[in-house]
Design a binder for this molecule. Structure first.
Ligand code: E4P
Length: 217
């Protein structure tokens, strides 16, 4: 399973990339707003840090305008993955951008049929938004299961990128179902390592080791 971080915060991206655990980054207009920077500059900075796909989202809603924006974003770096919304214009843009050999992430997916369309359009990634589905009282993870089954039925190559991840449990469930990628906010990604028994066990080992008076090396 690939780990992407869902942020445009350069400091956080650097820190997580240094751990060697990062396979890519996703951003969106809200995250760019939060970063306080300009999309081209922030995306370039991220691409200079991370080798894997860095999703940068178009903001136009009409096909030809999306294509113009996609061209601008694609010039930033080779690893920019163009993010388009799950609309017919977005799907048309997906097909066209893919035919030019560029990665595309189709975002704002809330149904299995939408995911089917994205796969038909040749998307590199489909982003079902788990947390936002949970927010309206429906089990978001069910959607990941449905998409997994559909993609496997037809051997679609589109990777399932579980998005809008809010908890460490979301990450575990997405992994159990077989999502190809999770994009996780930095705090949730860092929380994955935490377990009280690990802390307790380490404390005990260090205390016992100190009593031996030994040193390794
Ligand atoms: C994914 O690409 C989106 O940027 C993100 O996961 C949305 O998450 P949110 O619902 O927490 O805003």
């Amino acid at each position: 399973m690939k780990f992407f971080v869902d942020t445009a915060d350069i400091k956080e991206i650097k820190e997580l990339n240094d751990l060697g655990l990062l396979d890519g980054v996703t951003t969106n207009p809200s995250l760019i707003l939060k970063s306080g920077g300009k999309i081209a500059e922030v995306t370039k900075q991220i691409c200079d840090i991370v080798e894997g796909p860095v999703s940068a989202e178009v903001t136009a809603t009409e096909y030809s305008e999306m294509m113009k924006e996609a061209k601008v974003l694609a010039k930033i770096a080779d690893n920019v993955c163009i993010k388009v919304p799950l609309t017919f214009d977005g799907l048309k843009a997906c097909k066209a951008i893919r035919s030019e050999g560029r990665m595309v992430n189709v975002t704002l997916c809330f149904s299995a049929n939408q995911a089917l369309l994205a796969a038909k359009a040749g998307a590199s990634f489909i982003s079902p938004f788990i947390g936002r589905i949970d927010d309206i009282g429906i089990d978001g993870m069910e959607l990941i299961s449905e998409i997994r089954t559909i993609y496997d039925n037809y051997d679609f190559k589109t990777e399932i990128l579980a998005a809008s991840i809010r908890t460490v449990n979301h990450v575990k469930q997405a992994a159990l179902i077989g999502a190809d990628v999770v994009t996780v906010p930095p705090a949730t990604l860092k929380a994955l390592v935490k377990h009280p028994l690990t802390d307790k066990g380490l404390e005990q080992f260090l205390a016992d080791w100190a009593k031996t008076g030994q040193k390794i090396g």
